[in-house]
Design a protein around this ligand. Structure first.
Ligand code: PEP
Ligand code: MG
Length: 312
């Protein structure tokens, strides 16, 4: 059994023996950012920029974007912030970026795919993000959503660098990307796993549909096996691989993620302290045993049960 450690979190994301696992906040507005900072987030692992424009009918100008992003980044002066470029389409349509009606929007032109047809929109956003990095003093990285291949990742990183943003990464939310984690990490500076979409695409189960929600359980062993591929690629390349989907906000699952080799977890503000305290309560070896135990099961219920039993 794994020894239970301190219930309080000291604010530094690490296991009991000092293995670093950063604890970041997910944000979409200045209020979210302040809440994450107040909760002790060490930075921002996911800034969903499309949340700023869900009601916008026209593309915001570079200056408007720069101001909006600066307002979100300001509580994190001197700290790392990952700004995700617009993830429009599917469950988050933006009026000024919506593609033609598609039979399967979740499988259509969403996220970075929009930028292949309209790179000037991406370039304007990257210019605004670079400006907001200057104005806020946050240590900004940029990240693209809905990336399928290493070629797409390399294309994005090149455009980011051309805009003066020299830390560029991509989300892993498509099974093909998880299976290519090594090649993708060779092309960019970091990755972050969106477990909400990665589950949706792994189980072919719409994330918005209650009838199939059981399949999208983040404790599904099949999902954990994909996460292991990504953790292994992070270890092999020495580059960061975080998790910013809902899975990261579950204090016990965060231990499994750490044990799989993921290097940070990013979540909504209310979960930050309990995840930080949970990580501090086990050693890296403990986390690795929990991960191995969860991986060896065949159902989410069994995965939860073996981890709960080991933590007793
Ligand atoms: C995810 O897919 O897990 C994710 C973090 O991105 P979003 O929920 O915004 O699609
Ligand atoms: Mg997603």
């Amino acid at each position: 059994a794994v020894a239970a450690g301190p219930a309080e979190w000291n604010g530094t994301g690490a296991t009991a023996d000092g293995h670093v696992v950063k604890v970041y906040g997910n944000v979409g507005s200045p209020a979210d950012a302040q809440a994450a900072a107040d909760a002790g987030a060490e930075g921002v692992g996911l800034f969903r920029t499309e949340f700023c424009y869900l009601d916008a009918s026209a593309e915001p100008t570079v200056d408007e974007q720069r101001q909006a992003y600066t307002a979100v980044l300001s509580p994190f002066r001197g700290k790392p912030v990952i700004v995700r470029t617009l993830d429009a389409g599917a469950d988050k349509p933006l009026a000024f970026l919506s593609p033609e009606a598609e039979p399967n929007p979740a499988l259509g032109v969403r996220g970075l795919r929009i930028a292949f047809d309209r790179p000037e929109v991406l370039d304007r956003q990257l210019a605004a993000i670079a400006g907001a990095a200057e104005d806020s003093g946050a240590v900004v990285s940029v990240m693209a959503p809905m990336v399928a291949t290493a070629d797409e990742a390399a294309w994005f990183a090149e455009r980011a660098r051309a805009a003066g943003l020299d830390r560029a990464g991509v989300m892993i939310e498509i099974p093909a990307a998880a299976l290519s984690a090594r090649e993708i990490l060779d092309a960019v500076d970091f990755v972050s796993v969106g477990t909400n979409d990665l589950a949706q695409y792994t189980f072919a189960a719409d994330r918005q549909l209650g009838a199939v929600a059981k399949l999208n359980d983040p404790w599904q062993p099949a999902l954990l096996r994909l996460l292991k591929l990504i953790g292994d690629a992070a270890t092999a390349t020495g580059k960061p691989a975080g998790v910013c989907g809902e899975a990261a906000g579950d204090p016990r699952l965060a231990l499994v993620l750490a044990g799989l080799g993921l290097t940070s977890v990013s979540m909504n503000a209310p979960a930050i302290r309990s995840v930080g305290a949970s990580l501090a309560s086990v050693t890296l070896d403990d986390a690795r045993s929990l991960a191995a135990a969860a991986l060896s099961t065949g159902t989410p219920a069994d995965a939860r049960a073996v981890v709960a039993a080991a933590l007793k």
